[in-house]
Design a protein around this ligand. Structure first.
Ligand code: BDP
Length: 333
């Protein structure tokens, strides 16, 4: 006869059984769980941070936490150039990058960086969501970076410590640029003295007078507080270079087709979230800096600026493949 467990023993038995069932039923198999580290240059509440966190959450939910993603915001894992190297080595698993730091590594990224190419953000989005984006994704894959979706970065304009109304006003001014040959030549063609620096060094460099200005969109100008030290924002809107939400090929190559589809879908959905948040933040950022007393120099006639860009096109868009990409972008309705 099987002895019936006494009351306390029955309770213990039930508790152990429940714990075992709970473990089997709820906890993910520990061996299969992956921890992914994400890099973000911006703060968590910036549109890109909001997009990346949404991406991570969706991937976690849809893989039952087999893929657990955590984004390290505010450049905790280093500046952009280092983060790109780390992605290629596989020590960072996913990230949101601006495409300009790829200019020297992936030729087609030069096309979307080119000055005064896109008529507006809608034009840029149509290009990057179409064949232009596919060409860039191919080039990035060759250097170990898998593009999943494209994030907005608005239009970039020049901001300075004294008012700039015409290219002549820029002559000899030290203007910070991202680390890219195209950016150096672009600033030179405008008559300025280009100074490549990591994003995180711009504030102190403005403060100490190492540079006289930089260029960026409204949200970056505001969130970095650069507006406190460079009080003039000239709406040159010279580049609409977009951004990528990407994963390391090291990780990607080990994923099965089903998980790849989960990541792609989540990335696209996160881009829709980022773009909505971007549109709102552009307005808010502009209002904030104006309220803080920044002088906005409205550039209404961009023709004199665009006219100076001819050498940049000659150098970066003359190769047959890139010239064709430019032609197709210009021909878009
Ligand atoms: C911001 C981009 C960021 C760049 C930064 C820069 O979102 O990725 O690092 O500009 O100018 O708009 O370095």
């Amino acid at each position: 006869m099987t002895p019936v467990p006494s009351r306390p023993r029955r309770a213990l038995f039930a508790a152990v059984a429940a714990a075992a069932l709970g473990f089997i039923g709820l906890a993910p198999a520990p061996a299969a769980a992956q921890e992914w580290r994400g890099w973000n240059i911006h703060a968590a509440d910036y549109p890109n941070g909001i997009g990346m966190d949404a991406f991570a959450r969706m991937v976690g939910e849809r893989t039952n936490n087999r893929i657990r993603m955590r984004t390290f915001h505010s450049a905790q894992l280093g500046q952009q150039d280092e983060a790109i190297q780390q992605m290629r080595l596989g020590t960072i698993d996913f990230a949101n990058f601006n495409l300009s730091p790829f200019n020297n590594l992936a030729p087609s990224t030069n096309v979307v960086t080119l000055p005064f190419l896109f008529r507006n953000v809608a034009h840029m989005q149509a290009a990057i969501d179409g064949p232009t984006g596919e060409a860039i994704a191919q080039d990035l894959e060759r250097i170990g970076i898998i593009s999943l979706a494209w994030y907005d970065a608005g239009a970039r304009s020049i901001y300075t410590t004294r008012a700039v109304r015409t290219p002549a006003d820029l002559r000899g001014m030290k203007i910070r640029v991202q680390t890219s040959d195209l950016w150096i030549d672009l600033m030179r063609a405008l008559g300025a003295n280009p100074t490549p620096l990591p994003f995180g060094e711009v504030f102190t460099s403005l403060q100490s007078g190492v540079i006289d200005g930089a260029e960026n969109n409204w949200p970056s100008y505001e969130s970095t507080r650069h507006f406190e030290v460079a009080r003039f924002y000239s709406t040159t809107e010279h580049s609409n270079v977009p951004e990528v939400l990407a994963v390391s090929a090291q990780r990607w190559n080990r994923l099965n087709a089903a998980d790849r589809a989960i990541l792609r879908d989540a990335a696209r959905e996160s881009a829709a979230i980022q773009r909505r948040s971007w549109a709102e933040r552009e307005t808010v950022s502009r209002q904030r800096v104006v309220a803080a007393g920044v002088t906005v120099v409205e550039i209404t006639d961009r023709a004199p600026w665009a006219a100076l860009m001819e050498p940049v096109y000659a150098k970066y868009a003359s190769d047959a493949r890139l010239a064709e990409m430019v032609r197709q972008i210009r021909a878009m309705p």
